[in-house]
Design a protein. Structure first.
Ligand code: FAD
Length: 318
């Protein structure tokens, strides 16, 4: 089933869902299952699986110089999606990105997903490869998420890259895209970011999942502004429980989001990460309760491979 169909079928009841990241290359999928297993108690109708592009690493050579190599540390998105569908009978939502892919490679990946009976995709541009300042699309790849939305929409109409294909099988993907209550870091302002978000929806995306935020007012204002711009699709809030002191600096620097004063002060008073996790769980519960009371369609948790805090938050609500 499609994400939008799950939302419709819930008839206004808030659903629980989560995002997971593939294990590092060489790790077993069992650690992922151990993480998902307890969360099945809350009946997620769909689970997102992130996609991780290649990275550059520099390996020392015998002559003392460094050799630049390209590796993917977390492959397996498509395989994990198939495993989730098979093991839990839950709809997986693979993330697909522009970065590192030609349009043809994207098309081939979408064909694999279609054959696996996966009918949801979260379409993203992806970030620049670590070490490069600006995002560079592949010469024959998609430059913005909008271009990738258009490619998936074309496949949904049976239009593949090869014009000579006659009567090609249409795909039937439900397309989600990303939205940023605190603005995407490259956008000059929120208005311009919303203009491009609207283009993704007009092109055929059917729902939005937000970047994490810790201040619900940022989400509510974002939703109001989207509605004022005529963006009327479901806007799913993404939430992440704080677990460590490091999150106070790492999350703002990676995800370009603010930590509210109250949360920061509460974390500063903690003796260790155990206490910080308690604060994170309590904050997550309060955030989730307020969002649920406001009637959000789904509470979507960025679990990042650890289920304990998400489990405790969900236990209070679902
Ligand atoms: P876009 O919608 O293409 O926007 C990128 C920037 O360009 C924005 O500033 C926008 O305002 C601007 N823009 C858009 N269109 C145009 C245009 N036509 N002309 C000029 N400017 C334009 N990354 C991963 O690598 N893997 C993942 O699995 C992943 N999952 C994510 C899940 C969620 C819910 C979110 C919120 C983000 C995720 N990301 C992931 C991160 C994402 O790839 C980055 O934030 C990326 O920098 C932007 O992606 P986007 O799809 O929002 O890009």
């Amino acid at each position: 089933m499609k994400v939008t169909e799950h939302i419709e079928a819930a008839k206004g009841k808030t659903l629980f869902s989560l995002e997971i990241i593939p294990p590092k290359k060489g790790d077993s999928i069992d650690s992922l299952f151990n993480h998902i297993d307890p969360l099945m108690e809350f009946h997620p109708p769909f689970i997102d699986v992130t996609y991780h592009r290649e990275e550059y690493v520099y390996k020392p050579r015998r002559d003392g110089l460094l050799e630049k190599k390209t590796i993917r540390k977390r492959p397996g998105t498509v395989g994990i999606c198939a495993a989730i569908k098979n093991k839990y009978k839950v709809d997986p939502v693979p993330h697909i990105i522009c970065g590192g892919f030609s349009k043809e490679e994207t098309e081939n990946a979408l064909i694999d997903l279609n054959f696996l009976g996966i009918d949801n995709v979260l379409v993203l541009r992806g970030d620049s490869i670590a070490g490069e300042q600006n995002f560079k699309p592949e010469p024959d790849g998609n430059a913005y998420a909008l271009d990738l939305v258009n490619q998936v929409v074309n496949m949904n109409k049976g239009q593949y890259l090869d014009d000579d294909l006659q009567n090609a099988m249409p795909a039937d993907f439900c397309i989600g895209v990303a939205g940023y209550p605190e603005k995407h870091f490259e956008a000059p302002n929120l208005k311009s970011d919303l203009k491009y978000l609207k283009q993704k929806i007009e092109a055929g995306a059917e729902y939005i999942v937000t970047q994490m935020f810790f201040d619900n007012s940022k989400y509510f204002e974002f939703v109001d502004k989207c509605r004022a711009e005529g963006i009327n699709v479901p806007i799913i809030p993404g939430l992440k429980p704080i677990k460590t002191k490091g999150h106070m600096t790492v999350l703002p620097s990676i995800f370009h989001i603010d930590i509210p004063d109250d949360l920061y002060s509460a974390i500063e008073k903690c003796k260790d990460n155990k206490e910080i996790q308690e604060v994170g769980v309590e904050w997550g519960i309060q955030q989730s309760k307020e969002l649920m009371a406001a009637g959000v369609p789904v509470l979507h948790y960025y679990s990042m491979g650890k289920s304990d805090s998400v489990y405790r938050i969900a236990k209070e609500l679902f």
